[in-house]
Design a protein around this ligand. Sequence first.
Ligand SMILES: C[S@@+](CC[C@H](N)C(=O)[O-])C[C@H]1O[C@@H](n2cnc3c(N)ncnc32)[C@H](O)[C@@H]1O
Length: 255
Amino acid sequence: MSGSSPGTLPLGTNPAGAGSQQEASRWVRSMFGRVAHRYDFANHLLSANIDRYWRRRTVRRVREILRRPAARVLDLACGTGDLLVALEREAGRSLIGSDFCHPMLTGARSKLARERLSSTLIESDALALPFADSGLDLVTIAFGYRNLTDYRTGLIEMRRVLRPGGALAILEFTQPPNRAFASVYNWYSRHILPLVGGIVSGAREAYEYLPESVRKFPGAPELAALMQNAGFATVDWEYLTFGIVALHVGRVAVD
Ligand SMILES: C[S@@+](CC[C@H](N)C(=O)[O-])C[C@H]1O[C@@H](n2cnc3c(N)ncnc32)[C@H](O)[C@@H]1O
């Protein structure tokens, strides 16, 4: 990751109090480390299980690539592995998951073992992927992209490792487009989410960071433009669940 100083931070997440990109990255990794043991429970509770539908929908959107017999697939920022499990089940073979937070990967390792799945897990930073150029057919990232400290570098890395004809799927929280719904949802995410998330995980700051990071995150059309600028030939996106989240799929041109 390149160095940065206050005032020259790239467009990316910037938790309160972090003065540099390195500090922001450390803050994010340590925050996920603190909530890892309760992450799945809190997720399903706070989303009333709708997160399972969002991941299923993501799998469906990339099913055609998953079913290619030799397709190489990376689930980036895989966390405790919920999307990775769904992807491996659909593909019927071993994939790759990566994340830079060790306790989240420990959760993923247990989950894969419990489900008798065999995907490989790698501890690495999404901003410096340990993969050769043009070696993968599909990269997915669910609720991880918003947490990167440099959105453009993240997209360029994801584009770099994809081969012609490959695709990137980003599932991420966004700002609901309907103002009335957005104001109810924003009230929920500013008041209920930190309260319940704090009680369940013991780390209230993680659930205060969440709505704040969504508020600062580019809207769905802006994210599509960022993806195009990073070299994705086509980008399709859709809102899910009244626009609480958006699913973007960017495709790399076939040579
Ligand atoms: C909200 S969790 C999402 C986990 C999982 N994808 C899911 O759908 O439940 C975000 C994950 O992104 C990871 N993450 C954030 N920044 C990262 C980075 N720069 N490199 C790798 N992983 C990162 C965190 O460690 C965390 O596990």
